[in-house]
Design a binder for this molecule. Structure first.
Ligand SMILES: *Cc1c(COP(=O)(O)O)cnc(C)c1O
Length: 391
């Protein structure tokens, strides 16, 4: 049943679809065809599984955070440890899947957009591994915030192209990457880093990231012999969250909570909470919830976590929100910093500032959880990159 979402045209209810210039339709059709072939191909699944296991380090542990559970008065909090993956975040699951497609399609060059730099690093990594050229678009502002990741990308052999338009963050980087793709579509594969963009990206990236939820589901059944009451994950574009949620879609008693960035507070206007505080609109090739002003101009997003600093969200989340399959909440910069310290000091695990939003949600709202609840939190990445932002 869950395979019918999205439909053939890439729609999740009213959301999703393909809103792109004519010149990209052919490229998207080509990608869609290659991907549907790969989906049915046992060899592709084996190869993808091989790299996830041997190169990226899957399966990741599902770790019972006893100290944090006791401290917050929640029965059992399990952390899905995507932070332990090669390159330090869940992004590598998706880039490995997409680079295998790019190679099959005979493309010689990868391009990507990046915010925190994690997707840029993950793309530069697979480009090095498969001997492809790689250009990463990154906002000037993020280049300053995430200097360490810029150095990593360069060392891996990628070019980092500074984007000086707009807010000089993720949205502008994605706009520039799409522009590059239009011009160089013959030899270039565009690796989108989240479940956004035109069809087939939201569906394809979701399926690559679903390894998170598929593993977590099997792991919790083995450890606890029952399903969790709650799944919690941070939402930027929404790929780590949908990767965890999707395999539980039909488990009606499993509640899902996506945590967006409230930045300086929803009423300040400086936030990235497209689901909580946005409108239905079109951004980067698909229809979803976005932050726009009354003239339809995209508003500036803000979050202390560069990976959440995006004025849109993947269409599948807008759909989950609409059909009430998932709930969404928002956590401020200040609360996220508390979550960052909390997990570091209680468990000896330094989370990415993005993931710290999910931890902070437990502290703020975990009291609404049922008494004997088991909670799985997606720890989407590690926090080394954020140390200089966090004091
Ligand atoms: C990129 C990133 C995110 C946000 O992206 P999603 O597509 O919403 O998962 C969250 N956490 C980390 C560590 C990231 O690098």
């Amino acid at each position: 049943m869950k395979d019918k979402i999205p439909d053939k045209t890439g729609h999740f209810g009213i959301f999703g679809g393909r809103f792109v210039p004519e010149t990209l339709i052919y490229a998207l059709d080509e990608l869609e065809k290659e991907y549907s072939r790969a989906r049915k191909d046992k060899k592709f699944a084996e190869e993808f599984g091989y790299y996830l296991r041997e190169y990226a380090g899957r399966p990741t542990p599902l770790y019972l955070a006893k100290n944090l559970s006791r401290y917050l008065g929640i029965k059992k909090i399990y952390l899905k440890r995507e932070d332990l993956l090669h390159t330090g975040a869940h992004k590598i699951n998706n880039t490995l899947g997409q680079v295998l497609l790019a190679v099959k399609m005979g493309k010689k060059r990868l391009i990507a957009e990046t915010g925190a730099g994690q997707h840029g690093v993950a793309t530069a990594t697979v480009a090095a591994l498969f001997g492809l050229e790689c250009d990463v678009y990154m906002g000037e502002e993020d280049i300053h915030r995430q200097a360490l990741n810029v150095m990593r990308m360069k060392l891996l052999g990628a070019r980092v192209i500074s984007v000086k338009s707009g807010t000089q963050t993720l949205k502008d980087a994605m706009t520039e990457a799409l522009r590059d793709w239009v011009t160089n579509v013959r030899n270039t594969y565009y690796v989108i880093g989240t479940v956004a963009g035109p069809h087939p990206y939201p569906e394809m990236v979701r399926n690559f990231q679903s390894v998170i939820g598929t593993e977590a589901r099997a792991q919790i059944l083995k450890k606890e012999n029952r399903l969790p009451g709650y799944l919690v994950a941070c939402v930027g574009g929404g790929s780590n969250a949908i990767g965890l949620f999707h395999p539980f879609f039909n488990d009606k008693n499993v509640r899902m909570i996506g945590v967006e960035a409230a930045g300086l507070g929803l009423s300040s206007g400086k936030h990235s909470a497209s689901l909580e505080a946005g409108e239905v609109g079109i951004l980067h090739g698909s229809k979803s919830k976005i932050l726009e002003d009354k003239f339809g101009q995209i508003k500036n997003a803000h979050s202390i976590a560069a990976g959440l600093d995006y004025p849109g969200v993947g269409p599948e989340h807008a759909y989950y929100q609409k059909i009430k399959r998932a709930d969404y909440a928002a956590i401020t910069d200040k609360e996220a910093l508390e979550g960052f310290k909390l997990l570091s000091q209680r468990e000896g695990i330094i989370p990415a500032l993005e993931s710290a939003h999910a931890i902070a949600y437990l502290k703020k709202s975990g009291k609404i959880f049922k008494k004997n609840a088991i909670v799985i939190v997606c720890l989407s990445g590690r926090g080394d990159k954020d140390l200089h932002e966090s004091h």
